[in-house]
Write a protein that binds this ligand. Structure first.
Ligand code: MV4
Length: 508
């Protein structure tokens, strides 16, 4: 077994992996950026090495620096966590070349699943239902028009390199296709350095349900049941649960068997997740495969009784899976809340800063995976996920009861968090009745705030207003300054307002 594992990550997931290492008698090496010197993962590790400036490109994304720490510390394996380098095939390959075991799938499997068109091609002959559409990138507008007409409007344009909705465009009619294709292509090019776009049929009001698998390096694959992830805000998951309230034993078996076929087609090893869209008639369609340990893995751990990080490490060490599909039982119900440093009463604005008081819940059926402590300053440089609070019970009602109770015990002082939002969600009758379509959160926010905060236009209007406010000052908000009275006059006015704004900044 490995003697020492380097964790190429930070925050709660680094702490989660360090705990697994210690449970298995393995030493854990942390890496940290300048702003993470006092972070919890650094304190919990056996060794910690600085790797550079706060910008991820200088630290947590810097392959050379991380492999240098692995060599100097004598680590024999690297766990990438999620995000950062976790799905980067170049990193997996560089680890292999450096003689350090990457705890995850092979670079080849990652490359295949990193492109949605390649993934669709790979599963085409594996008896896997996927969303109707093209499995190759679009070469021309004419080709897009033909494919879209064949599939039938409305259609979705998606980035092959995408995920999380970036580069995604809904197209209602043929005359909108040209501009949508151009917009999708340039967004994909900017976000991923890859402008490849393909077409999918639109699934109306889908649910997002994903299936966890484990695959060893000897060809054994098991599925560990599904997670319901339909509660999202701007493509960010907010609450996840296992099992899904709409999946019965038969559907679980069918989805599981499809998932195993996807993994086999990819030559997949280690832990992975296959995402499905599920339509109103409970038909499920393969969407993509995530080649990493996911944020929401704890709900699967609680309902299967398995430790996914232990198993990842054992698989990477060449062990066989300790169980077969018949050994896997789903027992009870688990629900996870993602605790973010953001203000739900202020359009989810990030809220970094010092945690002055921390009262953390515990008790029956409560698991808390956290990267924060009292006195720690949340840096503004990374994803604002602070912790995950997971409730477990024999059934969904008990899990909700325990989670509600734990949320009422939770207090984070000094910064804003979204804990209050979860209290609202968990007492909502639709949530309690498991009516979890993807519009739920939007409706809840509308009920609370009178308008939709997930409507992208709201965000654009707010950004434009903030820009005008910053340049023109508060009087602009009252509309007392006309901008149309001659271009020279308006121009000089704007210049002096710029000067005023600069003066105000200097006097702060
Ligand atoms: C879709 C879809 C409808 N039809 N694909 C993809 C990225 C993910 N974050 C949202 N995605 C969607 N892909 C087809 N063919 C609708 C969504 C979608 C969604 C899916 C599940 C849960 C919440 C969602 C919110 C917006 C859009």
């Amino acid at each position: 077994m490995f003697k020492k594992i380097l964790i190429a990550n930070r925050g709660e997931i680094a702490v989660r992996v360090i705990r697994a290492c210690h449970e298995m008698g393995i030493a854990a090496v942390a890496v940290y950026s300048d702003v993470d010197r006092a972070s919890l993962h650094v304190r919990k590790a056996d060794e910690a090495c600085p790797i550079g400036a706060a910008a991820a490109s200088e630290s947590y994304l810097n392959i050379t620096k991380i492999l240098d720490v692995a060599a100097r510390s004598g680590a024999d394996a690297i766990h990438p966590g999620y995000g950062f380098l976790s799905e980067n095939p170049k990193f997996a390959r560089a680890c292999a070349e450096a003689g350090v075991k990457f705890i995850g799938p092979t670079a080849a499997a990652m490359e295949m699943m990193g492109s949605k068109t390649r993934a669709r091609q790979a599963v085409e002959h594996a008896d896997v239902p996927f969303v109707p559409g093209t499995s190759r990138g679009l070469d021309s507008l004419e080709q897009a028009e033909q494919a879209a007409a064949h599939i039938g409007y409305p259609i979705l344009l998606k980035a092959a390199a995408g995920g999380g909705g970036k580069g995604m465009r809904l197209v209602q009619s043929p005359q909108d296709l040209r501009s949508a294709l151009e917009a999708a292509r340039s967004e994909a090019e900017r976000s991923f350095g890859d402008g490849e776009i393909y077409i999918e049929k639109v699934i109306v009001s889908p649910r997002h349900i994903e299936m966890q698998i484990l695959a060893d390096e000897h060809g054994n694959i098991v599925y560990l049941g599904e997670r319901e992830c339909s509660l999202q805000r701007r493509h960010q998951k907010v609450i996840e649960e296992a099992p899904s309230p709409i999946v019965d034993a038969d559907m679980r078996r069918r989805m599981g068997e499809v998932t195993v076929r996807v993994a086999r087609a990819a030559g997949y090893t280690n832990a992975g997740t296959v995402e499905f869209l599920v339509d109103q008639d409970k038909h499920f369609y393969f969407l993509e495969m995530n080649t990493r340990l996911q944020v929401e893995h704890p709900v699967t751990e609680l309902v299967t009784g398995l430790d996914l990080v232990h198993l990842q490490i054992r698989i990477a060490d060449g062990e066989r899976l300790p169980c077969t599909q018949d050994d896997i039982r789903i027992r009870g119900h688990a629900i996870e809340c993602r605790i973010y440093a953001e203000d739900p009463d202020n359009n989810f604005f990030p809220s970094p800063g010092k945690i002055t008081l921390l009262l953390a819940p515990s008790g029956p059926g409560i698991r808390r995976d956290s990267g924060m402590y009292e006195g720690w300053t949340v840096p503004m440089d990374y994803d604002p996920l602070l912790a995950k609070l997971i409730g477990y019970g024999t059934d969904r009602d008990q899990a909700i009861g325990r989670l509600t109770r734990a949320l009422s015990e939770y207090f984070v002082g000094g910064i804003k968090t979204n804990i209050s939002l979860f209290r609202r969600i968990l007492r909502h009758p639709d949530f309690r009745a498991a009516k979890l379509d993807t519009g739920f959160l939007d409706r809840l926010l509308k009920e609370t705030y009178g308008f939709s905060q997930t409507d992208p236009r709201t965000v654009e209007v707010a950004a434009i207003a903030a820009g005008m406010f910053a340049v023109l000052g508060p009087s602009a908000a009252a509309g007392e300054r006309a901008m149309t009275n001659g271009s020279a006059g308006a121009d000089s006015k704007v210049k002096s307002q710029w000067r005023n704004a600069a003066r105000r900044e200097a006097l702060r």
